[in-house]
Design a protein around this ligand. Structure first.
Ligand SMILES: Nc1nc2c(ncn2[C@@H]2O[C@H](COP(=O)(O)OP(=O)(O)OP(=O)(O)O)[C@@H](O)[C@H]2O)c(=O)[nH]1
Ligand SMILES: [Mg+2]
Length: 196
């Protein structure tokens, strides 16, 4: 089995635990989950056309250096411009400790189910200019193609499950270097967030 250590980082309250638990159990956490430890650590397993893949996820809301990290997942909240600003700060901090040219990473804006979205596409494109500029080589094929952070950005919602499996699918493709990797399991439809 392919096993990868994944750092999931982003401001407090952006929905990291909710997204992980939605994958783990299908449940939607209505309340913010406070963890007694520095980290929330869970394992997520996926079946793919290239075999099983496991993400050993370490979730944190503050910068920390971990050993042997294989991939990084950054999350902000599309209703909080501050949480997007934090991504730029975090990216710079991560760049000091990790080789961001080599470590596959993705960025997600969560809570897109909320109508009064504050982080707009132009803000995300601007992030592309600051965060994406550090990219010299494409980590998938190691060429100098015009690699853009936008190709690894997703709007998501842990509540409505919009783009639910996309972040993990992208990471799996980057880690295995297989563009045609697919999840073979059918994702069980989580219970509806709102009962009508
Ligand atoms: N509307 C909406 N709310 C969400 C979504 N995801 C999470 N939330 C809510 O956001 C709040 C914070 O969620 P958490 O998952 O605990 O946030 P976190 O990023 O893990 O926070 P820390 O562990 O404290 O860093 C909870 O009340 C969730 O119900 C979403 O996609 N849409
Ligand atoms: Mg959490």
């Amino acid at each position: 089995m392919n096993k990868y250590k994944l750092l999931l980082i982003g401001d407090g309250g952006v929905g990291k635990t909710t997204f992980l638990n939605r994958h783990l159990t299908g449940e939607y956490n209505k309340e913010r989950t406070i963890h007694p430890n520095d980290f929330y650590n869970v394992s997520l397993n996926f079946d793919t056309n290239y075999g099983k893949i496991m993400f050993d996820v370490y979730e944190t809301n503050h910068y920390i250096k971990l050993d042997n990290v294989d991939a990084i997942f950054m999350m902000f909240d599309t209703t909080s411009t501050q949480s997007l600003t934090s991504i730029n700060t975090l990216f710079n901090m991560l760049s000091n400790d990790y080789d961001m040219d080599k470590i596959p990473y993705i960025i997600c804006g969560n809570k897109v189910d909320i109508k009064n979205r504050m982080v707009l596409p132009q803000d995300i494109r601007m992030m592309n200019e600051t965060v994406g500029n550090t990219y010299s080589n494409c980590p998938t094929c190691n060429c100098s193609c015009n690699f853009s952070v936008l190709t690894r950005y997703y709007d998501i919602s842990a509540r409505s499950c919009y783009n639910f499996e996309k972040p993990f699918l992208k990471l799996a493709r980057l880690l295995l270097g297989k563009d045609d990797l697919q999840f073979t399991e059918t994702f069980s439809e989580p219970p509806p967030a709102v009962q009508i």
